[in-house]
Design a protein around this ligand. Sequence first.
Ligand SMILES: Cc1ncc(COP(=O)(O)O)c(C=O)c1O
Length: 363
Amino acid sequence: MACGYTTWKVCLLGSGIVCRSNIPVPHAGSKYFDLLQCAGALPLGHNHPIVRQAILDYVDSQLPQQCLDLATTAKTAFVQELWRWIPAPLSSTGKIQFTSPSGSDAVEAAMKLVRIATGRSTIIAFDGGYHGHTSGSLAAMGNTETKSQLKTGSLADVVFFPYPHPDKSPFGPTVTDSNVTAELCAALLETKLADPESGMTKPAGIIVECIQGEGGVVPAPREWLKRLRRMATEHDIPLIFDEVQSGFARTGTPFAFEYAGVTPDVIVMSKAVGGSMPLACIVYDEKLDKWQPGSHAGTFRGNQLALVTGARVLAHMRETRMWEHAAQMGALFRSHLVQHAAQFGIKQHIHSIRGRVSSDLWQ
Ligand SMILES: Cc1ncc(COP(=O)(O)O)c(C=O)c1O
């Protein structure tokens, strides 16, 4: 953001607007707060000094910029830093796979990993989930707008279950209590998994966002996530948490899933992990490590600039406990919104305020 302008505007660009090229053109004399931050890919904002310095230092070092799979100093430093973020037990049993730098490709890798490891095919995904636009990740996406243009029916073996949306119950408008919705969502999945007549073969994996991002900022209830973890363990189904958008200090905890005190078998990471440069990877339990070396190859998986930037930005966020700042800012936004809605008499026009910043955050 350039300085010296006169007017400040809060720019909340929804991705729908971005995709349709209706992006408001900045007017001379205006200054914008970009709260979207490239859909979460710029954890410290545009052109932060830490990012700038990391890039300049690396370029000045004259070391190679792309290194495929080579073990380099930059990669080692990045992995060491990333591991400080990975909670137990994954931190002791985890393996890492770098993927092509999009979140979609990291999701592809996660789905491929669990399919190879289990020898099964079906993936369970949830209504409203967003996992990307490659064929496999799109197959797991709740939104049907892009899929329906393909006219090919099912893109891959994915079965959808209802997600516990607090104010849009998948069980219809008569269910208004979000606890009842969450209970019904969990019970339905539990019943289906246990029922040999359900028509669904044993799944290879369950993929979920602990806070749906593109689906409308919808946090999954803590108890529902705990039950999902229990079900996955009982049925021996790898649980994949897609932290592409919610990961890295954005929601009050380092990863969004930490709110529920559960750990997945696979974490999918992109966006913020590269500290604003393109980078993506998955971290997964070693028991799933059954694929052959080279099973998820790709040219741009050794971007050294992204590795050094990611390492420095992640270290900064961890040292400053930036997730606490995110929680404070979230609470501030919420309280101001509520206050202004009352002040201007527009409360009845606000359908809901969602996020993970309610008073129970630190319980
Ligand atoms: C949760 C989630 N998963 C996957 C993706 C796909 O990432 P990309 O757009 O980098 O392919 C996104 C993108 O917004 C996302 O929010």
